[in-house]
Ligand binder design. Structure first.
Ligand code: KIV
Ligand code: ZN
Length: 499
């Protein structure tokens, strides 16, 4: 079976995304995660751009990871020396080649660019390192010039050439033709680097592999300059599940790696993002949910299952929900409902949905308890007496909670990056850990500083039970705290019901 290599540039092109700047400790954390994931090459950065960047690349190079470490350099000796001094395995030299970029960004003639590129490749090779060469803006460069420069660096013993679609103007058919043509002209390994300006980065990378590319440049979550780069998760799963082409990626780590990058870069993925988005395997409409509960491949691709990428399937309740899925969710949570109660619950869920409300698990269970007449006194595992949260510019945000957990008095305290973080950490500590906040969404319902804040949370326990809940208050900390306490209460109750 054919294997395609994965060159990850999350720490270089990914970090060039506007608004993203990773301190060295985060870069190291991501590099280790990428190595665990199984990428073949980690482009750790552009060492010549700053002292901090140089140090980060140096530290990543010294980690002795399984993946090869690459550093970017212009066709300038100082840049190459910087990458070499940072201890990389591969120096990635690049130069503009399209007329528009050469004219406006370089003071070299096109002949001089070829000469300089060859000298740079020879220099890297003379230092005993691997060399990758990129003709920047390749897809807007005349084909004869592109072939000329790639042949020149091939003769200079470059290890791999990269074909960048720098401004994302390639289309799958045209890019396939280009890669096929270069494949027929060159013997050297071919890599591609696609940008997503027209939403075609993944499709173009895929078409390049079909045309014979040996390696693909990607970023986790597709982050990168402007509209981003080809997404690692999508390219890998297309190759793996649709095309039967192997990569060295441990696909079951994709979801967690995506979440780590989301958290450290601060770039949140929309829920409908393929493979790793919150809704990638979620089903709300009755017909779909019914089918999926019976046989998942009725309304999922089948060759792509949540467990393959470390994700989970979720049946969600909303105005499109059907009786069958509501019944299944209630049974899973330990509620026994007869036909007439189920009909009442069903109608109430629809009513909420029609009012434009997101129906959380907690809403469903509260409705059920009202219908079953069980909600005499709200049953609680965790009953909070007092919560104190302190914060300030000279104080580490700290939260202290006094509560009864399973009838036993407890005190928990935690510090955090802010008052919300501290109080949510204190809740998880209160119940002895084992619960994780998977999703946290804050909405202000009305304008002004006294607006009501509504918080939606998704909480998961160590057994994979997931629960959604909401909290609302004028105080953001209290709204967050309520949402999480509600979710934790129901998770623990659900466990008890089931045991
Ligand atoms: O988009 C691009 O052309 C690049 C090069 C440095 C490869 O990122
Ligand atoms: Zn790029």
């Amino acid at each position: 079976m054919r294997t395609v290599k994965i060159f990850d540039t999350t720490l270089r092109d990914g970090e060039q995304m506007p608004g993203v700047s990773l301190p060295p400790v985060y870069k190291v954390q991501i590099a280790k995660a990428l190595d665990r994931l199984g990428v073949d090459v980690i482009e750790a950065g552009f060492p010549a751009i700053s002292k901090g960047e140089f140090e980060a690349v140096k530290e990543i190079s010294s980690l002795d990871l399984r993946a090869e470490i690459c550093g970017l350099a212009r066709i300038v000796k100082e840049d190459i020396d910087s990458a070499i001094n940072a201890g990389v395995d591969i120096v990635h030299v690049f130069t503009p080649t399209s007329r528009i970029q050469v004219e406006h960004t370089l003071k070299l003639s096109r002949d001089e660019i070829v000469e300089r590129s060859v000298e740079c490749v020879e220099y890297v090779k003379s230092q005993g390192l691997k060399c990758m060469f990129s003709a920047m803006d390749a897809t807007r460069t005349e084909l004869d010039y592109l072939i000329r420069i790639y042949k020149a660096v091939e003769d200079a013993k470059v290890d791999i050439i990269n074909i960048p679609d720098t401004v994302g103007v390639a289309t799958p058919f045209k890019f396939h033709e280009l890669v096929k043509k270069l494949r027929s002209e060159l013997k050297v390994l071919i890599d591609v680097h696609c940008h997503n300006d027209f939403g075609l980065a993944v499709a173009n990378s895929y078409s390049a592999v079909l045309a014979g590319a040996d390696e693909v440049q990607v970023t986790v979550n597709g982050i990168g300059e402007r509209a981003g780069n080809a997404s690692l998760e999508q390219v890998v799963m297309i190759l793996h599940s649709i095309e039967g082409i192997k990569t060295n990626i441990k696909t079951e780590l994709l979801f967690d790696t995506s979440k780590l990058v989301e958290r450290l870069t601060g770039v949140k993925m929309p829920p409908n993002t393929p493979i790793i988005g919150e809704n990638a395997f979620s089903h709300e409409s009755g017909i779909h949910a019914h089918g999926v509960i019976k046989e998942s491949s009725t309304f999922e691709p089948g060759v792509l299952k949540p467990e393959m990428v470390g994700h989970r399937r979720r049946i969600v309740i909303g105005k499109h929900a059907g009786r069958f899925q509501i019944k299944k969710m209630l049974e899973d949570a330990g509620y026994l409902v007869d036909e007439s109660s189920l009909n009442k619950i069903f109608e109430k869920v629809k009513e909420l949905g029609d009012k434009g409300k997101k129906v959380t698990d907690r809403d469903l269970f509260t409705i059920t308890e009202i219908v079953l007449g069980e909600l005499k006194k709200e049953e609680k595992v965790v009953s909070v007496d007092e919560i104190t949260v302190i914060t300030g510019n000279k104080i580490t945000p700290t939260a202290v909670i006094n509560a009864e957990v399973f009838g036993e008095k407890k005190v928990a305290s935690a510090i955090g990056v802010g008052p919300v973080d501290a109080s949510l950490k204190a809740v998880t500590q209160l119940v002895g850990g084992g619960v994780h906040i998977r999703e946290f969404k804050l909405d202000a319902i009305s304008g002004g500083s006294d607006a009501i804040a509504e918080v939606y949370v998704t909480v998961e326990d160590d057994k994979g039970n997931v629960f959604t809940s909401r909290g609302a208050a004028q105080d953001i900390v209290m709204a967050s705290f309520d949402a999480v306490i509600n979710a934790v209460n129901y998770l623990l109750l659900m466990r008890r019901r089931k045991s």
